[in-house]
Design a protein around this ligand. Structure first.
Ligand SMILES: CC(C)(COP(=O)(O)OP(=O)(O)OC[C@H]1O[C@@H](n2cnc3c(N)ncnc32)[C@H](O)[C@@H]1OP(=O)(O)O)[C@@H](O)C(=O)NCCC(=O)NCCS
Length: 166
C-alpha cells in the first residue's frame, strides 16, 4: 500500500470504472486527487496493477475528520480485508493532526460498503451514527439514490505499522 502519485491518475479512473456502483469521475478529477490530496488517499497494488484505492480529504476547517469519498477494491481482490486495511492504513499515517473521526456517505442499498464501515467502527471501538445528507432529488430525477452521512468516532488513531512490535 502506498500514497498515489501523478502517474496513477489513469489507473485510479480505470479501477473506479471496474467498481460499480461508484460514480465514475473525469480523468482530470483523479489527477487532482494525486496532486493535491495524496496524504488522504491510499492505493494498493500487486504485480498485475492497481487492486484498491481509497480517496478522501479533510473537510475545510475540520482537521480532526477524514472524509472518505470513494473506496474501490478490484473484484479479483474482494473479501480478503483489503478495503478495511486501506482505511486503517490511512488513519494510521503519521500526521501533525491525526483524524479522530471518519465520515462518508453510503447509499441505503450498498450492503458491502455499509458492512465495511460497520466493521471499521467495531475495529476502532467507536460508534457509528447515520444522518440524512444528500437527498435523491439533489442528484436529478431518478438517477441516483440518496446519500446519507455515516459518522464514526471519536477514536484513537491506530498505531502506524512501523511502530508495532514484530
Ligand atoms: C465495498 C468494497 C470496497 C469492500 O472491499 P473489500 O476489500 O471486499 O472489503 P473487506 O474484505 O475489507 O471487508 C471488510 C468488511 O466489510 C463487510 N463486507 C465486505 N464486502 C461485503 C459484502 N459484499 N456484503 C456485506 N458485507 C461486506 C464485511 O463486514 C467485512 O468484514 P468481514 O469479512 O470480517 O465480515 C468493495 O466491495 C467494492 O469495491 N465495492 C464496489 C465499490 C463500492 O461500493 N465502494 C464503496 C462505496 S464508497
Amino acid at each position: 500500500m502506498r500514497l498515489p502519485a501523478r502517474a496513477d491518475g489513469p489507473a485510479m479512473q480505470d479501477l473506479v470504472a471496474r467498481c460499480p456502483p461508484l460514480d465514475l469521475n473525469s480523468a482530470y478529477l483523479y489527477l487532482l486527487l494525486t496532486e493535491h490530496f495524496p496524504d488522504t488517499c491510499i492505493l494498493a497494488e500487486d504485480d498485475d496493477g492497481l487492486l484498491g484505492m481509497v480517496s478522501g480529504y479533510r473537510p475545510p476547517g475540520r482537521d480532526d475528520t477524514l472524509f472518505v469519498w470513494q473506496v474501490a477494491v478490484d473484484p479479483r481482490a474482494r473479501g480478503r480485508g483489503l478495503g478495511l486495511d486501506m482505511l486503517l492504513g490511512l488513519l494510521s499515517r503519521r500526521s501533525p493532526r491525526p483524524a479522530h473521526w471518519v465520515e462518508t456517505t453510503v447509499g441505503p442499498g450498498n450492503r458491502a460498503s455499509r458492512g465495511l464501515f460497520r466493521r471499521l467502527a467495531v475495529r476502532l471501538d467507536a460508534s457509528l451514527n447515520e444522518t440524512a445528507l444528500f437527498d435523491a432529488a439533489l442528484f436529478g430525477a431518478g438517477t441516483h439514490e440518496a446519500e446519507p452521512l455515516l459518522r464514526i468516532g471519536p477514536f484513537t488513531p491506530p498505531v502506524p505499522e512501523s511502530d508495532r512490535n514484530p
